[in-house]
Design a protein around this ligand. Structure first.
Ligand SMILES: [Zn+2]
Length: 147
């Protein structure tokens, strides 16, 4: 089945990309596009992984896959001499549990990572989890990211 996803630039947030599979959209913050370093490649590859997975809600399992995909893309480009990125190979050496634990620890900065389930919800549980996670994101945004 063919799957189409749109990409858009947003100035609503900075320093991030995010995927909304319910809308079939990937959003990249304007300031990321202006960077010429590895962050742009890392974020586009990470968000493309979310789009390919196609879930509406997030999970540690899904984030682990996205971080490993981005690391694989960056290491491949480096191996072919097409870029000189920093070392991301650590993600590729970690087993799944260790990688998911690392994502969970990132929840200190990316608050949603502290809230998402380990295993990816599927089918209707995915849609229900998306509504709950959207509620968390709205509450977290209103509270302020430094609270
Ligand atoms: Zn992600």
């Amino acid at each position: 089945m063919e799957k189409r996803v749109g990409y858009a630039v947003t100035s609503f947030l900075s320093g991030v990309g995010f995927t909304v599979n319910a809308l079939k959209m990937v959003y990249i913050a304007q300031d990321i596009l202006e960077r010429k370093d590895d962050v742009l490649v890392e974020i586009v590859a990470h968000e493309a992984s979310h789009a390919a997975q196609g879930f509406w809600s997030d999970s540690l399992e899904q984030e682990r896959t996205a971080y490993k995909t981005a690391a694989r893309v960056m290491e491949d480009l480096k191996a072919r001499g097409e870029a000189s990125f920093g070392d991301r190979s650590g993600w590729l050496r970690m087993d799944d549990d260790a990688a998911e634990e690392r994502v969970k620890k990132m929840g200190e900065h990316v608050h949603l990572y502290g809230e998402i389930p380990k295993k990816q919800p599927t089918c209707w549980a995915d849609k229900i989890a998306m509504i709950r996670q959207l509620g968390f994101l709205i509450r977290d945004f209103i509270k302020g990211s430094n609270a």
